[in-house]
Write a protein that binds this ligand. Structure first.
Ligand code: NAD
Length: 480
């Protein structure tokens, strides 16, 4: 007999406390070897005055077991509560969020995609979820989007390794590098570099807008899809929903030394306490967990029994239909139906294949061979200003420029407003003034600090600066 694997379990909020015991009972009956530690997280902890929704003892358990099966939680409305999901992913370094989405045609109604079988791999730690936001002026809020080379490389390499170990043939990336040439451009560039290491797998790249449209319309053309955080967040819900129901999807959040497994859906408070909710999302998450901790046979037993239950038409309200169902059941009865079918195989749905390629390798980003040569050639100074036209601002800034730095351009909401104006519409109180080294020469920090001193001294309110650099001679900043 296997030694029991210690795991941490949270029963969560809303429908969570109804679903989780049923899932644990199925795992137990299927022969899972688990040493379960139960923790409290979520609404009760938030409302006790803990803004993180999780206390130190719970963290201690998760950090020790490194395997966390989590029911959905409710984040109370109002400012000041931190997202427990984002905190857990970042604190444990869970950089890849894996969400399989497949249809169960003809047993679960789907709009028009009987052959859909995709796995979305979402980058889980960076992008706009770094949560670095500022109000810069009366009218303007800023959210920083951070895309890094090692962060992108790890999740993209994970997607290719996942495809290889799970018998899949193609990896597709979505991003928006026609607009975000530097940040999404980096994600695309790294995708192309990593793809070259996997000649046995097909690869393709789509701009996210048309890619999303195709995923919704013809999902059968995709296999594994890797995405930056925000696009992945949105599109994995779309994929789960068009596959049949958000109530079916499970997700794995994977890091080098820990993993968290959860349903795609939330705590559905309106459905709570009525024995209505579909436990399948947490169950399929638990199946991913069993595979991850080296109990693939148990994972397959549970998954096959679950497929057979769907085939037999035993359905909760969210997937029930007159045409496809034989019985409309509650949460408990659905769980019992799965437990009763342990050991059975699906009749026509593809049976599970777990543990096919062994455990996933630990994925490291590559060491950089040479450090690029960086040179500062100018500075963008952002100003909160509401006292006149672009020409007025330019006149004041030109009087201040000099000492190695010349005013090259002013923009408002990204559009040039000086020396020519390309802005046809609204102007706000948030201006960017671009200063460059005279004759393209390098600029040092002292010159920039000196310039800021003169800007402040002239009574202008600078709110931030961004240095303009070249890397190996290539400009590394956007043009207006
Ligand atoms: P939700 O996913 O909880 O529910 C949306 C709707 O989907 C429900 O009203 C219900 O009709 C259906 N649904 C969801 N899960 C179902 C299931 N298992 N069985 C049957 N039907 C199901 O989304 P929401 O209403 O936007 O969020 C509710 C709460 O959940 C919020 O507090 C939110 O912050 C939280 N949430 C938590 C997580 C998480 O813990 N991972 C994720 C998303 C949302």
């Amino acid at each position: 007999m296997n030694q029991a694997t210690p795991i941490t379990v949270a029963h969560g909020d809303g429908i969570g406390p109804e679903i989780m015991p049923i899932v644990l009972e199925i795992l137990d009956k299927a022969g899972a070897q688990l040493d379960i530690e139960t923790i409290d997280i979520g609404e009760q902890v938030y409302l006790r005055g803990n803004p993180a929704g999780i206390d130190d003892a719970a963290w201690e358990s998760i950090r020790r077991t490194r395997v966390f099966l989590k029911a959905p939680i409710t984040t109370p409305q109002g400012r000041g509560y931190q997202s427990l999901n984002v905190a857990t992913r970042i604190a444990l370094g869970l950089y890849a969020n894996v969400r399989p989405a497949s249809t169960f045609h003809p047993y679960v109604e789907t709009k028009h995609h009987p052959d859909m079988d995709v796995v979305l791999v979402r980058e889980n730690e960076e992008d706009l979820y770094a949560g670095i936001e500022h109000r810069q002026t009366a009218d303007v809020m800023q959210s920083l989007k951070l895309i890094t080379r090692p962060g992108s490389e790890r999740v993209i390499r994970f997607a290719f390794e996942y495809a290889r170990t799970h018998g899949r043939s193609k990896v597709t990336a979505f991003a928006k590098d026609n607009i975000m040439k530097l940040s999404d451009g980096l994600f695309h560039e790294v995708f192309d570099e990593v793809a070259a290491d996997y000649p046995d797998l097909e690869n393709e790249y789509w701009i996210v807008d048309i890619g999303a449209a195709k995923l919704a319309d013809t999902p059968e053309m995709f296999d594994v899809v890797v995405l930056p955080n925000l696009y992945g967040d949105i599109l994995s819900d779309v994929a789960a929903q068009i596959a049949g129901s958000v109530g079916l999807g499970g997700a794995a959040n994977i890091g080098d030394s820990a993993a968290m497994f959860e349903a795609v859906h939330g705590s559905a408070p309106r459905r709570a306490g009525q024995n209505l909710a579909n436990p399948s999302g947490v169950l399929t998450a638990a199946v991913l967990m069993l595979d991850h901790i080296g109990q693939p046979d148990v994972a397959a037993r549970v998954y096959n029994a679950w497929l057979r239950t769907l085939e037999d038409g035993v359905h909760t309200y969210d997937i029930h239909s007159e045409a496809h169902s034989t019985a409309k059941v509650g949460t408990r009865e659905f769980g019992q139906a799965v437990a009763d079918r342990l050991g059975e195989m699906p009749r026509t749905l593809r049976p599970a294949a777990f543990g096919v390629g062994g455990p996933m390798p630990v994925i490291e980003a590559s060491e950089r061979e040479t450090q690029p040569v960086k040179q500062t050639v100018g500075v963008d100074v952002f100003l909160d200003w509401n006292d006149g036209t672009a020409a007025d601002l330019a006149q004041r800034l030109q009087a201040i420029a000099g000492n190695g730095l010349g005013l090259k351009m002013i923009s408002n909401r990204g559009a040039i407003v000086w020396p020519q104006s390309m802005a046809g519409g609204l102007l706000v109180d948030h201006w960017r003034a671009r200063f460059m080294g005279a004759g393209g020469s390098a600029v040092d920090h002292a010159e920039i600090v000196d310039l800021l001193g003169r800007i402040g001294g002239a009574g202008l309110d600078f709110i931030k600066t961004e240095n303009l650099c070249t890397f190996d001679g290539r400009p590394a900043y956007s043009q207006a």
